[in-house]
Design a protein around this ligand. Structure first.
Ligand code: TEU
Ligand code: CA
Length: 576
């Protein structure tokens, strides 16, 4: 049903530059560090590497605040290093994509410095400026009551020119004004063409649905009277001109043979999503939907945790499989990235008794789903969240720090409230994905020399969870991922392109069928719980037999009707 394309069949691996591998022992990962690990990635079965923002940046939001689209963040290396990264990746038969962050820039980008210099600046209109509002008492207020994504208002006051500028994220990340065609053209040239001319193979497009805002700037309804700002992402997500802008950008990308994956926050609605991913609409080739990773979080307040069930997890995990099934649209398969806690900790269990089984079971499930498969560094070895004993000072992400400080301010430092805040960080902070990669069991986990202090503390779990101890070791998470990736490619007609059919057997067990055009069948069964469960091969698919076992998270399968805690299996009708 889905037209085959190289980027649909590829396994993409996200590299978070600052935490992947430090080559020169300054405690910060770098481009030469990535180059030194390309062989490892190829052996894992990776086809495409996605490099997190490596551009010049003051790093208020870890490089998602770009100060120059054509310069390299100095601690990461030089332009020569990046050129050779591209060349070496291609020489090993892999492709490479960069992160495209053009909804906003850094406040230190020369464009913003020019824009803020005077109301008459030729670049004034490249950012979003509005006058203040004044109440009856003459007190100054922001143009709207909208809340930004990292907490606090979406507007910051500029003393010099006596106006507010708009920012969805931190005040140091002013939004570019996409309404201005000169600004758009400058972005296409400096941020897109410049890198595609160097031969990269596409982009991961940051917050692709936020370029167009409502420009009438009306207040959001007051849902949180205690707060000075209100939940307002509807006003700056999927705005009125969004598809016009993306079409224009797509025409630039189509000058090259590349692919794009867009990030689609706050867009649960199927028809909204289809407008981005249907092949006919020619917007982006696929998007990241966050339905699964939002589980347990409250919209607009990530750290207000809620309970969720295995049933919820199954529903969200399979949502887009069902939606795209009979369409020309394509999707992504992922559970981790640099903004999320570790999947094993978030959705299953990182108890040492279970975490290996759980990580392998997720590999098997993701590996048989339709969509382009994305892995995040460390996921392939089953890395887990920092433990609850991890002190709050170790959390570095702007979002985590802002949240904790807000609770401290609001409660006057109430110990119970702070404990709850720390508990939320331990579950869903972005920091868990940003700690150094665990390469071996030497001090600092082989990320940097033992004598160096890495920019983020290495998790103590590196002693048990690291690449060296798993590489070549039968039964390890890493070897299992290699097996799953090989399997996925060998059986791509089923695992990648097969028609998805959910089968419901038990609340805590995920079961689904994939069928190809020749009538071959794949069956995935996965126990999401820490209890043994019963299951059966679906009788409506008589071609499936116990002897068709193709993949299993355990070395020995004794019983074809029960599963141990977190066990998973795949059966394929023509495997004998
Ligand atoms: O994130 C976009 C974004 O809006 C996230 O807050 C998203 O809603 C959330 O991660 C889903 O759980 C991107 C980058 O991935 C992030 O690292 C940046 O901080 C952000 O853009 C700003 O550039
Ligand atoms: Ca370094």
């Amino acid at each position: 049903y889905h037209e085959p394309k190289w980027w649909k069949e590829s396994v993409v691996y996200e590299i978070y530059v600052s935490s992947f591998k430090d080559s020169n022992n300054d405690g910060i990962g770098d481009i030469p560090g990535i180059i030194s690990k390309l062989g490892y990635l190829r052996d894992l079965g990776v086809d495409i590497i996605w490099v997190s923002p490596h551009y010049k940046s003051p790093q208020v939001d870890m490089g998602y605040d770009v100060a120059d689209y054509q310069k390299i963040h100095e601690p990461y290396g030089s332009m020569k290093d990046v050129d050779s990264l591209i060349e070496r990746t291609h020489a090993l038969g892999m492709k490479i994509i960069f992160d495209l962050v053009i909804n906003h820039s850094s406040d230190l980008h020369p464009w913003f410095e020019e824009s803020r210099s005077s109301v008459d600046s030729p670049k004034r209109d490249w950012y979003i400026w509005r006058p203040a509002r004044y109440d009856a008492a003459g007190k100054r207020h922001a143009p709207t009551n909208w809340r930004s994504n990292f907490g606090g208002p979406t507007w910051s006051w500029d003393e010099k020119t006596q106006q507010y500028y708009f920012h969805i994220y931190a005040p140091e990340q002013p939004d570019l004004n996409w309404e201005n065609p000169d600004c758009r053209r400058a972005l296409y040239d400096t941020a897109i063409r410049f890198w595609l001319d160097k031969g990269i193979d596409g982009f991961r497009v940051d917050t692709v649905n936020r370029y167009s805002k409502r420009v009438d700037f009306v207040d959001a309804p007051v849902t949180d009277p205690a707060d000075e700002t209100q939940l307002a992402f509807h006003n700056f997500t999927n705005g009125p001109r969004i598809h016009e802008y993306i079409s224009e950008m797509r025409a630039v990308l189509d000058e090259y043979d590349v692919f794009t994956v867009g990030e689609l926050p706050n867009t649960p609605d199927e028809s909204d999503v289809m407008r981005f991913i249907s092949a006919q609409a020619k917007q982006v080739d696929m998007v990241f939907n966050f339905d699964t990773v939002y589980l347990g979080q409250t919209p607009g307040d990530r750290f207000r945790l809620q309970n969720f069930t295995k049933k919820d997890f199954k529903r969200e995990l399979t949502k887009w499989q069902n939606v795209i099934r009979d369409t020309d649209a394509w999707t992504t398969v992922f559970l981790e990235n640099h903004d999320q806690g570790r999947s094993v900790s978030r959705f299953l269990s990182d108890d040492p008794a279970y975490r290996i089984q759980a990580a392998k079971m997720l590999a098997l499930v993701l590996g048989t789903m339709t969509g382009t498969l994305f892995l995040y560094q460390g996921q392939e070895i089953g890395m887990v969240n920092a433990p609850s004993s991890y002190p709050v000072e170790e959390y570095k992400c702007i979002r985590s720090v802002n949240h904790y400080n807000k609770i401290r301010r609001q409660t006057g430092g109430d110990p119970a409230a702070l404990k709850e805040a720390l508990n939320a960080l331990q579950k869903v902070a972005r920091d868990h994905a940003r700690v150094p990669m665990q390469w071996d069991d030497s001090a600092n986990a082989g990320f940097c020399a033992a004598s160096v202090t890495p920019w983020m503390r290495v998790l103590d779990s590196y002693r048990e969870i690291n690449v060296t101890s798993q590489n070549g070791k039968k039964g390890s998470v890493l070897e299992f991922w290699k097996t799953v990736i090989r399997f996925r490619k060998q059986y791509k007609g089923l695992a990648i392109y097969g028609r998805f059919q959910p089968i419901e057997q038990h609340e805590d067990v995920l079961t689904f069928i994939k069928e190809d055009t020749d009538g071959k069948v794949l069956f995935t069964v996965a126990n999401l719980s820490d209890q043994p469960q019963r299951w059966s091969l679906p009788s409506s698919y008589p071609r499936l037999k116990p002897s068709n076992l193709a993949l299993s998270t355990r070395s020995q399968v004794v019983d074809h009707s029960s599963l141990a805690a977190f066990e998973g299996r795949v059966y394929v009708s023509d495997v004998l």
